[in-house]
Ligand binder design. Structure first.
Ligand SMILES: Nc1ncnc2c1ncn2[C@@H]1O[C@H](COP(=O)(O)OP(=O)(O)O)[C@@H](O)[C@H]1O
Ligand SMILES: Cc1ncc(COP(=O)(O)OP(=O)(O)O)c(N)n1
Length: 268
C-alpha cells in the first residue's frame, strides 16, 4: 500500500483542506497522513477565522512522519505564512519525497485570503521549484505569472511561465473559466495536453482543487505516468462534482464515497 502525506489547512466543515485530502486518499486506496499548517473556521458559506500553526510545530509534524514511515507522495495545500513555507521547504529538501504535488491555495471560493499577500513570493521561490506538479487555478496562475488569464492561449502561456520558474510540470485548472467549459491544461516543459471538461451546473464545488490535487498525488505515487495520472484525477474530480452533496446553506462539498458511486453504476 502507498503512503501519502497532506500538508495543508484544516476545514471544520470537512469539504476542503486536510479533510478533503484524506477522503480522496481513502477513495484511492492509499494510506493518508496529515501535517496541519493552519486551522480554519469554515463552512459551506465561507471562512470566518484562521489560526496558523507555528512553523516549529509544522516541522515537528513532518519530521515525526518521515522519520518513522515511508512517504510515497506529498500533497501541499494551504500554507499561509512565509515562515511556514520556509519550514516546509527546508523539511522536504531534507526528506526528499519522490512526488510533491503543490496546490498553491491563495483565496477560498468565498473570497477569504488563505495565503498572506507577503507570502506569495516565498511560495513562488521556495515551494514551486520543489513541485513534481503545480496545480494553480486561474486567479492563482495570474498571481504567479503577473498577467491576466482569460482564454486558452493565456493558459498555455501561463504554463510555460510557471515551468520557467522551476516546477517540473504544471496543470493550469480551468474551473474559473467563463462559459460552458472546465478544461485544464497540462504542460511538462516539452509536451502540452488539454484535458477537456464540460462545466457541471452546480453550486456544490467546495473543495474541488483539494480533491484534484490529492487524487493527482495518489495516482503519481502509485506510479502512473503524468498524463494518465492527470486524466484519472480529472475523471475522479468530475464525478465527485457531479455527485456534489447539498450540505449546508452555501457551496456543498464534492462526493468521495466511491462505494456509493459503484452501487449506482458510476465508473471513474
Ligand atoms: N463546475 C464544474 N464542472 C466541472 N468541472 C469543474 C467545475 N468546477 C471546477 N471543475 C474542475 O475541478 C478541478 C478544480 O478546479 P478549480 O475549481 O478551478 O480549482 P480550485 O478549487 O483550486 O479553484 C479542475 O479540474 C476544474 O476543471
Ligand atoms: C483549509 C482549506 N484549504 C484549502 C481551501 C481551498 O479549497 P479549494 O478546493 O481550492 O476551493 P474552495 O473550498 O475554496 O471552494 C479551503 N477552502 N480551505
Amino acid at each position: 500500500m502507498k503512503h501519502l502525506l497532506t500538508i495543508a489547512g484544516s476545514d471544520s466543515s470537512g469539504g476542503a483542506g486536510i479533510q478533503a485530502d484524506l477522503k480522496t486518499f481513502a477513495a484511492h486506496g492509499v494510506f493518508g497522513m496529515s501535517v496541519i499548517t493552519a486551522v480554519t473556521a469554515q463552512n459551506t458559506c465561507g471562512v470566518t477565522a484562521v489560526q496558523d500553526i507555528e512553523p516549529d510545530i509544522i516541522t515537528a509534524q513532518i519530521d515525526a512522519v518521515f522519520s518513522d514511515i515511508r512517504v510515497d507522495g506529498v500533497k501541499i495545500g494551504m500554507v499561509s505564512r512565509t515562515e511556514s513555507i520556509h519550514a516546509i521547504a527546508e523539511a522536504l529538501k531534507k526528506w526528499k519525497p519522490p512526488v510533491i504535488v503543490v496546490d498553491p491555495v491563495m483565496i477560498s471560493k468565498s473570497g477569504y485570503p488563505l495565503l498572506q499577500r507577503s507570502a506569495c513570493d516565498a511560495l513562488i521561490k521556495e515551494l514551486l521549484p520543489l513541485a513534481t506538479l503545480l496545480t494553480p487555478n486561474l486567479p492563482e496562475a495570474e498571481a504567479i505569472c503577473g498577467f491576466t488569464i482569460k482564454i486558452e492561449q493565456d493558459m498555455e502561456r501561463a504554463a510555460a511561465h510557471i515551468i520557467s520558474l522551476g516546477a517540473k510540470a504544471v496543470l493550469v485548472k480551468g474551473g474559473h473559466l467563463e462559459g460552458s467549459r472546465a478544461d485544464d491544461y497540462l504542460y511538462d516543459g516539452k509536451e502540452g495536453t488539454w484535458l477537456p471538461g464540460t462545466r457541471i451546473q452546480t453550486q456544490h464545488t467546495h473543495g474541488t482543487g483539494c480533491t484534484l490535487s490529492s487524487a493527482l498525488a495518489s495516482n503519481l505515487a502509485k506510479g502512473m505516468h503524468l498524463t494518465e495520472a492527470v486524466k484519472a484525477a480529472k475523471d475522479y474530480v468530475t464525478t465527485a462534482i457531479r455527485h456534489g452533496i447539498a450540505l449546508g446553506k452555501g457551496h456543498g462539498p464534492t462526493h468521495h464515497f466511491v462505494e456509493l458511486w459503484n452501487k449506482a453504476g458510476i465508473r471513474v
